[in-house]
Write a protein that binds this ligand. Sequence first.
Ligand SMILES: Cc1cc2nc3c(=O)[nH]c(=O)nc-3n(C[C@H](O)[C@H](O)[C@H](O)COP(=O)(O)OP(=O)(O)OC[C@H]3O[C@@H](n4cnc5c(N)ncnc54)[C@H](O)[C@@H]3O)c2cc1C
Length: 289
Amino acid sequence: MIPSNFIYHKATSVKDAIALSETHGEEAKFMSGGHSLLPMMKLRFATPEHIIDISKIEGLSYIKEDGDLLKIGALTTQTEMEHSSLIKENYPILTDAIKLTADPSVRNVGTIGGNIAHGDAANDQPALMLAMRATIIAEGVDGKKSIPIDEFFHGFYMTALEPTDVLVEIQVPKRKKGSGGAYHKVERKVGDYATAGVAVHVELDNNGVCQEIGIGLTNVSAVPMRLDRGEELLKGKKITEDLIDQVGAIAGEDCEPTSDLRGSEAYKRSIVNTITKRMLHSALQRAKN
Ligand SMILES: Cc1cc2nc3c(=O)[nH]c(=O)nc-3n(C[C@H](O)[C@H](O)[C@H](O)COP(=O)(O)OP(=O)(O)OC[C@H]3O[C@@H](n4cnc5c(N)ncnc54)[C@H](O)[C@@H]3O)c2cc1C
């Protein structure tokens, strides 16, 4: 399929991108890797008249710890994250997910910023960001703003970003002693979007009591979903096998999947139940190491 006609603009800086977007209004779309946007355009689900290519803006590709935060520049590719020793050592939940995201050719170009800005509950990064309680940094006509992840996803492909906002950075709390996270998704074949996926991040104190817990679900709701009821059950307690079983059951009940060619609603609920329990075990194991 061939996209409808559009005018291509190459932004040289974030300010330039914002100015171009202001000029062309809602008919313009930013493009980073283009690996979500271009397929949508080829299917004519998106028909922007202006494409503002932000992929060559300098200074938006980095992975670093700074104070209490891990900061990832929006244009960092998924391959750069996959090969980052900082991420491999301290944030294996991210490595888990990236290895299951698409295939190397997509990961070489697709960016973390684009993955999140797309607002697609089928993408893997949103559930991770929910679990890790990320903050999204965007720059727009009125300057920079911080958007807590729980306020970021508004609906089906809808986010808190204004049309002129460039997502510039993702921040997550720096790894603490006693914390660990894990992600897994069931996919029909390598490179497919998730039939269902679960991200878990846990922080334990010296006595093994759960101080923080984040559970995010992939592709089982219209909007990337936090498992509130499961988190509430675990916070402030020692996580036992019985509690893990209860949270698995809650995840299977509270997720909102629909039957489609990846499986029936009942099948997806069952997967979510099982992966939630497995990811809780994996996250706890990593938290103890
Ligand atoms: C065959 C295939 C399989 C895939 N499988 C998976 C998978 O299993 N899991 C998964 O998570 N993803 C998957 N993807 C998506 C892939 O990871 C995308 O590359 C990624 O989601 C989007 O990143 P991008 O840089 O290409 O974004 P783009 O396509 O450039 O942009 C996506 C959207 O975000 C907006 N946008 C992009 N960057 C910014 C920014 N900095 N500020 C504001 N708005 C911005 C664009 O306007 C657009 O609306 C797959 C893609 C393909 C083609």
